[in-house]
Design a protein around this ligand. Sequence first.
Ligand SMILES: Cc1cc2nc3c(=O)[nH]c(=O)nc-3n(C[C@H](O)[C@H](O)[C@H](O)COP(=O)(O)OP(=O)(O)OC[C@H]3O[C@@H](n4cnc5c(N)ncnc54)[C@H](O)[C@@H]3O)c2cc1C
Length: 435
Amino acid sequence: MNKPNILIIGAGMAGLGAAHRLRDAGLTPCVVDKNLFPGGHATSFQHGDFLFDDGPHISFTRDERLQGLFAESVGGEYEVIQTQVNNYWQGCWIKHPAQCNLHGLPTELVVEIIRDFVDASHAEPGTIENYADWLLASYGRTFAETFPMQYGRKYHTTGAGNMTIDWLGPRLYRPDLEEVLRGALSPVTPDVHYVDHFRYPSHGGFVAFLKHFVDATQLELGREVITIDPAARRVTFADGRETPYDHLVSSMPLPELISRIASAPEDVVAAAKLLACTTCVVVNIGVDRADLSEAQWTYFYDDDFVFTRLSFPHMLSPHTVPAGAGSIQAEIYYSPKYRPLDRQPDNFIQPTLDDLKRCGLLREDDQILHRNARLVPYANVIFDLDRPAALATVLGYLEDVGIATCGRYGKWGYHWTDESFVSGEEAAVEVLDRL
Ligand SMILES: Cc1cc2nc3c(=O)[nH]c(=O)nc-3n(C[C@H](O)[C@H](O)[C@H](O)COP(=O)(O)OP(=O)(O)OC[C@H]3O[C@@H](n4cnc5c(N)ncnc54)[C@H](O)[C@@H]3O)c2cc1C
């Protein structure tokens, strides 16, 4: 019997996960990617002597099977790092999560936060219709409005009242009153972040965790899928070539996937247009010293700071920078639906450097050894109120026409790298079930 011709769109975590599962079943899928490099969002770029990931990436999967697979890819050479995260708010640096680390904030604010927290914990439980309701019920008004709602507007580009809560999982810690009080009175608190430690490859950046899969996969890079005809089971590429397939797995972003299927019904096309995602401008900075920060990443709440989050790649592996140097990666968020990008990425470099000095992370005499800015067109799926119905319509249609989707942008979820990989494996099982 001839082996089925299985085409996988996307050589990121999900596409490579799908290929891995299909190979295990004795099949030889072909993975195509429009990029000239594999890894998708999990890729890493060498800029001179500095190595930066596409955006900040660490592996905190608790899945031992995946831990083993990623470790194998890097020949066991990875760093295990204890997580340290902090927050910057109006000149104050406080440990993360802020809700149980209020020490160091202005007294009046701490009093108001605790008063509202107590009031909220005694209030009659109301209906939770959106993320704003959840935040107010969980933390009280002062904390909710000062921290997560403010951060959320910068990060998600839309207000908490326009968001669902199905993405929360362990992301927002809910302390009891005793933890809040202890954190307000003392600078020393237990670590309660849901990522208590993580792994990072010693060499080659985050993408090194994928090496094993990249080597084992039949990959065709620089091949952008332009049209898909599910009835004829045929795709065309940007170079004009056509390929038939028996089974198709896609990890490309759903709005783009739908826009490339000429026969997609109008309601599906309309639903796909409602799916919202942030775009991220990533500014990468190399500095002539390594003692830049105590935390591996920092959240920035204030609107007058251009970046939303900073991370420090040299703290993940010393091999990402020249000896003695340090590196900073800043994330700045926009979205076509809620906050369209208004400048070229390069125009964010100087404001980033200025704000790094303003908060004290950079000194006037620091030498900037590297600077560059990149646009990440699809960053975080926005869990706005339009998403549930629109997603159901789009995924229902794709199921009907036999296209298996996977990954963060193929399932339109919050998937971390491990979840994207597993989602690829699940799409492969869908294909196997159909054989
Ligand atoms: C800023 C940021 C930080 C993150 N940090 C972490 C972290 O610390 N830890 C963690 O575990 N996860 C993190 N993630 C999530 C992680 O990046 C994703 O879970 C994962 O990389 C998604 O993989 P994927 O294969 O689903 O999608 P992608 O990586 O996007 O892969 C899809 C591939 O499809 C290709 N493609 C698209 N259109 C076409 C087309 N028309 N033709 C051919 N190919 C096409 C793309 O080029 C891409 O390579 C982060 C994400 C972002 C944005």
